[in-house]
Design a binder for this molecule. Structure first.
Ligand code: PMP
Length: 353
């Protein structure tokens, strides 16, 4: 018997990537960083743990100041959240309703339709092109709140800043949300545009480039009026959405920007090498600007590859949606992890490169 309210009848929750406990896997399925967080972040979080009898700062004052300095914006242009998922959920609540549907691609972050259903707002799907690219003009005059992951997930393909700017300009009466969860791995960020356009919200996260996925920290950057709207939702649900250890870890990470930059460079380099090896093994690989690769084999089935890799202790992400069922999304891990991936694939395919 279920007691769940009828308002959630149609809700199919998001399926997070597996976090298996049965054996030790090379985990390339949830786009986490293979590198530990900055020592500075760990030290700060431990220090903050001593004061957890107090509530965390609902204004996230110091972290917002540190983010404002890092991104060259005013701190009133920033909101912090429990992962960027939190901010995206606020955006669906604040900026979508029956007259203003959410608008997003068919192949994109799988949480968007779930947020729409959860907030009980309609959504309109715009299919990607056959090669998974976005045609920006498809989003002109979208008559709804536009959500664009840039780089997109799970394809890794990015639009240029100028292309997103055109989408923002062509939707003057609606909000355009640019989800930049993976932007630090080689795409152009639209943060500078937040000074020019009042209808742009950028979301970013500490989960990927800053190795803090388990700390749950994300943020939004936008014109203060937009941030205010998001805060109306935040203060009506959970003003303490970011705990004090995470706030401290975030500040520690921002103080150690060099460490983040070095890790991003390593991941970009490993991505290039791995893409080259995959191509030699007969894979088609999209042009990814993220910390993952999206790859389809010329003859072997996507699910078969996923299962065979799993048997060999390598976990990647397979999606069953018809358009992408031949693909696997493979997180770019350390050099050693990717070497293990390639040897497992050589065994599965029966040929060495
Ligand atoms: N956007 C995209 C495109 C993602 O893939 C993810 C990670 N699952 C997120 C946002 C949310 O990440 P987090 O809540 O960890 O910041």
């Amino acid at each position: 018997m279920s007691f769940i309210s009828g308002k959630y009848n149609r809700l199919t929750p998001y399926t997070p990537g597996e976090q298996p406990k049965d054996r030790k896997y090379i985990k390339l399925n949830t786009n986490e960083s293979p590198y530990p967080p900055s020592k500075n972040a760990i030290k700060n979080a431990c220090e903050a743990a001593k004061d957890v009898m107090l509530y965390s700062d609902p204004q996230c004052f110091k972290l917002r100041q540190a983010l404002a300095d890092r991104y060259g914006v005013d701190k009133d242009c920033i909101i912090c959240g429990n992962g960027s998922d939190d901010i995206l959920n606020f955006a669906f609540s604040a900026f979508c309703d029956d007259k203003t549907p959410a608008v997003f691609a068919d192949i994109t972050y799988g949480f968007y339709p779930v947020f729409a259903e959860y907030n009980r707002v309609p959504y309109r799907i715009i299919p990607l092109n056959d090669d998974f690219t976005v045609t920006p003009s498809d989003y002109y005059n979208a008559k709804g709140t536009v959500f664009i992951a840039n780089p997109n997930a799970p394809t890794g393909i990015a639009l240029r800043r100028a292309q997103i700017e055109e989408i923002i300009k062509r939707n003057p009466d609606n909000v355009v949300v640019t989800d930049e969860a993976y932007v630090d791995f080689g795409a152009e960020s639209c943060v500078p545009l937040t000074k020019k356009y009042k209808n742009l919200l950028i979301t970013q996260t500490f989960s990927k480039s800053r190795s803090l996925a388990g700390a749950r920290l994300g943020f939004g950057i936008a014109d203060p009026a937009l941030i205010n709207d998001l805060n109306t939702v935040r203060y009506s649900t959970n003003p303490y959405n970011v705990n004090s250890m995470t706030l401290a870890a975030g500040i520690g990470s921002l103080e150690d920007q060099k460490y983040t930059d070095e890790n991003c460079e390593k991941i970009i380099k490993t991505r290039q090498i791995t893409a080259g090896s995959l191509k030699k093994l007969g894979f088609y690989v999209t042009d990814s600007c993220a910390n993952f690769l999206f790859a389809k084999h010329e003859s072997l089935d996507g699910e078969y590859i996923y299962e065979q890799l799993r048997e060999r202790g390598v976990l990647v992400r397979h999606f069953s949606a018809p358009r992408i069922k031949d693909y696997n999304r493979i997180t770019v891990g350390s050099k050693e992890q990717m070497e293990a991936l390639i040897s497992a694939l050589e065994e599965i395919i029966g040929r060495r490169i």
